[in-house]
Design a protein around this ligand. Sequence first.
Ligand code: SF4
Ligand code: SF4
Length: 290
Amino acid sequence: LSGRVRKPDWIRVKAPTSPGYHETRKLMRDKGLATVCEEAACPNIGECWTKKHATVMILGDVCTRACAFCNVKTGMPRKVDPHEPQNLADACAEMGLEHIVITSVDRDDLPDGGASQFVKVIEALRRTTPDTTIEILTPDFRNKHERAVEVIVTARPDVYNHNLETVPRLYPTIRPGARYYASLRLLESVKKLDPSIFTKSGIMLGLGEERLEVHQVMDDMRSADIDFLTMGQYLQPTPKHAKVMEFVTPAAFNAYAAIARAKGFLQVASSPLTRSSYHAGKDFAEMKAT
Ligand code: SF4
Ligand code: SF4
């Protein structure tokens, strides 16, 4: 396809205006916290922030990589903020969150890829707001992933999420700098080290992937013992990012969800506006209750 494809009616996003949205925004500013909701220009920000659900981005807002789909700034990141873990925990306590999602930019510049900061954040949260369940969405830690995962797993997050993002054929253009099988192995090693931690991964649809390639990714994820799957429509954040090749219909998302459930995922979220952290707390609470 050439040019930009017009958004269909099912990609409707309300402008964020509610008091809850503004309260969340102010709290994040006051605590000096970055969120992936803003940095990635997530279409769900109005809904999520109104419900006081945010995905906090640790280790700064500048990434050492430049994925073709991602709106996060690229460059040389700042020094790690030693106050970030407690600031984040305090924000979580103030918001009264039952579930928090923490992610980070890639920090290929740090000797441990940022793993120790994830641990400090989890420890600060456990101290400050012990009833909050913790979901982390980590980078692939490149060639440091074995040690990084070992360190993070000892802090025992409730959910360990790492996104495969797309099918392996599209990695060279969409996710350069990452390796599909390395990401799969990372998630597999979490489960081997501590089977009580739920593992989760997700892909974006609409980047030019074929249906059978998506099925293969699901099979690969199940072979790596991944528990939860998310699938959402890729949206081009700016004209310089990868083009949308297709708007996948809601019916096709439902069909993928049915196949994924049949393949044995414990939880599947699949819709045009699904994001890795969309409804994560609600879905996790429902899953634990069953
Ligand atoms: Fe933030 Fe995730 Fe909600 Fe998007 S879906 S606004 S990234 S919490
Ligand atoms: Fe964005 Fe993550 Fe890629 Fe960095 S590594 S550019 S934060 S998707």
